[in-house]
Design a protein around this ligand. Structure first.
Ligand code: ATP
Ligand code: MG
Length: 429
């Protein structure tokens, strides 16, 4: 029987993991510079959490969640990070400990969608959530954080789409306006959208079906319906974005897939590269009612998530790889025993070591040392062992020399560490 990975779920092999580390490291650094601290929440949450927070009529809740029952509990493997973070915020009464909370997360999310390039069933997100600040300054700072991050990792060609959904009253008026727009055109909508028309006409704006795009083209704009407070907030966000010099476009058709959003919404789209219809790198928005909806106090919040696979596709850069500082090539039993010990001593001194214990010929071991990109190859022949020496071959400088076995670990460590910044463990190919 041939067993393969689950469709839409990818193995990430070590040669790719280097780039993941680079991306994750850049995100951690960037988020921490903005005052965010990492939070880790469970992969499984009560199904009800997502159903309630993301909305019954969203694609994710309607058809993409991995849900199951175990021990009488209805559970779902998280399709996104915000609901879990908000649940944790409420559960631990974080509002009582600090007025403003900034959390970031990195991790796998699961959605049973149709796999394509940049669209998987297990995928990774990096995201931030900010609790306790109603904006608009922090809305603009949040958007600028993403823009700054993309620049940090060398993704320059992107544009930020922004919109406001207003608050509850505005959305209700907008719902009416959309109903009035779509109802007479109902026959031209996709089946999904026809079904959602009564329940949630906003969803239609977010549909990926070309039939819906056509009918949505001259739909009313929510920005015309903002009340005074929403309008003041929205104007504030745009002013701050201008101050920060963020490259944005106002996009009244932007509604995004989830029900929990209020007021500011944004999405970052790549303007070059080959992501096709998967060009959205990340998105987010304000969700001022979620904390209260989860039984917490009335605490405003804003957050976003980015798709790591899509970022990696666009992130330039070489694939660097780990390189051993020392490659140990023993040529006999005595040499092999000595190599075991030497490897242990070198690692304790911070040098990465590859010990070839296969007992092969010197030529093939040298070839292997070269292929691994080792800085030094240490040859431990039995004859040399008897004389109390070993041979070092500097594979970059192509020189060979003999040193005493006594104190060899220290000498080798100094060489390996000096010759390769970063501890002889890493380097560009
Ligand atoms: P899309 O419109 O591409 O389906 P979305 O609105 O469903 O995205 P969000 O829930 O906002 O996406 O997630 C934020 C980001 O996570 C997306 O912009 C995208 O980069 C990434 N993402 C979402 N779903 C997937 C997936 N199935 N595979 C890979 N990345 C994804
Ligand atoms: Mg989606």
């Amino acid at each position: 029987m041939e067993l393969r990975a689950v469709r839409g779920m990818n193995d990430i092999l070590p040669e790719e993991v280097e780039r993941w580390h680079k991306l994750e490291g850049a995100f951690r650094l960037h988020a921490e510079l903005h005052g965010y601290a990492e939070v880790r929440t469970p992969l499984l949450e009560p199904t009800e959490l997502f159903r309630h927070q993301m909305g019954e009529t969203t694609d994710v809740v309607e058809k993409e969640m991995y849900s199951f029952e175990r021990h009488g509990d209805q559970l779902t493997v998280r399709p996104e990070g915000t609901a879990g973070a908000a649940r944790a915020y409420v559960e631990h009464a974080v509002h009582a400990k600090e007025p403003i909370t900034r959390w970031y997360y990195l991790g796998a999310m699961f959605r049973g969608e149709r796999p394509a390039k940049g669209r998987y069933r297990q995928f990774y997100q990096a995201g931030c959530e900010l609790f306790g600040d109603p904006g608009p300054l922090c809305d603009a700072e949040t958007i600028d954080l993403i823009a700054g991050f993309l620049e940090r990792i060398g993704v320059g060609d992107f544009v930020v789409h922004v919109n406001s959904l207003g608050s509850a009253g505005t959305r209700e008026r907008y719902r009416e306006a959309l109903l009035a727009h779509y109802t007479p055109r109902k026959d031209r909508l996709s089946e999904d959208s026809q079904r959602r028309l009564e329940k949630n006409p906003l969803r239609i704006l977010d549909s990926k079906d070309p039939r819906d795009h056509e009918v949505s083209r001259d739909a009313p704009s929510i920005l015309d319906l903002l009340d005074d407070a929403d309008r003041a907030h929205w104007d504030g966000v745009l002013r701050c974005l201008d101050v920060l010099g963020v490259n944005y476009v106002v996009d009244p058709s932007l509604v995004r897939g989830l029900d929990y959003y209020t007021r500011t919404l944004f999405e970052v789209k790549a303007t070059s590269g080959d992501l096709g219809s998967q060009s959205t790198l990340g998105g987010g928005g304000r969700y001022d009612n979620m904390i209260a909806g989860l039984g917490g106090p009335s605490v405003p919040a804003i957050g976003f998530a980015m798709g790591m696979e899509r970022l990696l596709t666009l992130m330039p850069g070489d694939t660097s790889r780990r390189r051993p500082g020392c490659f140990l090539a023993p040529l006999g039993q005595v040499g092999a025993d000595r190599a075991l010990l030497l490897a242990k001593q070198l690692r304790a001194l911070g040098v990465s070591v590859e010990l070839d214990g296969r007992g092969g010929r010197l030529k093939s071991m040298l070839r292997r040392a070269d292929a691994l990109g080792a800085r030094l190859c240490v040859i431990l022949g039995d004859a040399e062992m008897e004389r109390g020496v070993l041979q070092i071959k500097d594979l970059a400088a192509h020189v060979q020399e003999e040193i005493p076995l006594d104190g060899a670990a220290r000498v080798l460590a100094d060489r390996a560490l000096e010759s390769s910044p970063g501890g002889g463990q890493r380097g560009a190919r």
